[in-house]
Unconditional design. Structure first.
Lengths: 114, 227
């Protein structure tokens, strides 16, 4: 399952962050998740709940997922548009010369910890 | 409670492991090739032909599957070095798993090429950097020429596209030009190699390309391209 692999990597990164900053308990973990990153947020949270009890520093952690809207840039008419609504084709000029500006990210934004 | 700004990609630990593998392979002058495709596209048949066609190269194959060892047995029967990796239900190989498999396949003997035959899946393997120096995808004729439209990420991440089973073209409505165009829209300039691993058609062009990539990888200077 795809989300499981991503959660395993995130847990590694969180444990390293805890070690580097002498943290004993991580509370809230805020993630920025792009609209087209392909992550199913419900499954992701379930996987995290499964793994967190196996890591003392994460035992009380909770996830907050913030969605980053996906925006595409059109190279032909130099405008931006909503990716999810219009896909790869520019709704203004019909060009396919378009690039995803943001919305594919999956970043650990910040953590609350002690 | 204090707030710590992390700002790390969620797969930061994987990306770092992947870079370590690439550096190690570069030093050992072994090119690790990540081979990705849907199940049944002919990855193992393609590798079997490659091994027969390039007897001067030492080739190792790491077969990643959820279950069984049938693929590794097929490769070993050709005299190449093969190991079977079980992903325990995971839908892709990540850098950590690749690193473990590389330790298992290396026993002091130098290999020129190591193929990682990734789990048959057009989605998840594209999202994980395995540490390979070259990413190659296979699309077989029966799958259809519309796959670049449906699974764009894999076409974006690949350094070359192999269209396999072209001996079956007369029996399927597969438009090779449309497929090339769609792949090129996603990844401009990516080479496309139509092949029949069964009959051998088109294999020489791919093998020449692969040899040039291997030469660039093992050259003493400069950073090889692994974008």
């Amino acid at each position: 399952m795809h989300e499981m692999g991503i959660v395993l990597h995130m847990v590694d990164t969180l444990e390293e962050t805890a070690k580097d900053n002498d943290l004993t308990r991580i509370g809230k973990v805020t993630l920025s998740v792009g609209e087209v990153s392909g992550i199913m947020t419900d499954l992701f949270t379930d996987c995290f709940d499964y793994f967190k009890v196996r890591h003392p520093v994460l035992r009380d952690a909770s996830l907050v997922l913030e969605t980053i809207p996906a925006v595409t840039w059109c190279d032909s008419c130099k405008k931006t548009y909503e990716t999810v609504r219009f896909g790869r084709t520019c709704p203004y000029c019909g060009s396919g010369e378009t690039w995803l500006l943001r919305g594919n990210e999956c970043v650990i934004k910040e953590i609350e910890a002690e | 409670m204090k707030i710590i700004q992390v700002g790390a990609s969620i797969t930061a630990s994987n990306d770092r492991d992947a870079d370590l593998i690439r550096a190690k392979m570069k030093k050992e002058k072994t090119l690790l090739v990540n081979l990705m495709s849907a199940p049944g596209s002919g990855k193992t048949t393609f590798l079997s032909r490659l091994i027969k066609d390039m007897p001067d190269l030492k080739i190792g194959v790491m077969e990643a599957d959820i279950e069984s060892a049938v693929d590794a047995e097929r490769i070993e029967a050709l005299g190449a070095k093969a190991i079977q990796v079980h992903t325990s239900g995971m839908c892709h190989m990540d850098a950590g798993m690749t690193g473990t498999a590389l330790k298992a396949i290396a026993d002091g003997e130098h290999l020129d090429l190591i193929f990682l035959e990734n789990v048959g899946n057009l989605i998840c393997p594209a999202e994980y950097d395995t540490g390979a120096g070259l990413n190659i995808m296979i699309l077989s004729v029966p799958e259809g020429d519309d796959k670049p439209l449906k699974y764009p990420l894999m076409f974006l991440k690949s350094d070359a596209l192999i269209v396999s089973k072209i001996d079956a073209l007369p029996y399927f409505t597969f438009d090779l030009d449309a497929c090339r165009r769609r792949a090129d829209d996603l990844n401009p300039g990516m080479p496309v190699f139509p092949v029949s691993a069964k009959k051998g058609d088109g294999m020489a062009a791919f093998e020449d390309w692969l040899r040039s990539k291997l030469a660039a990888w093992t050259a003493d200077e400069g950073e090889a391209d692994h974008a």
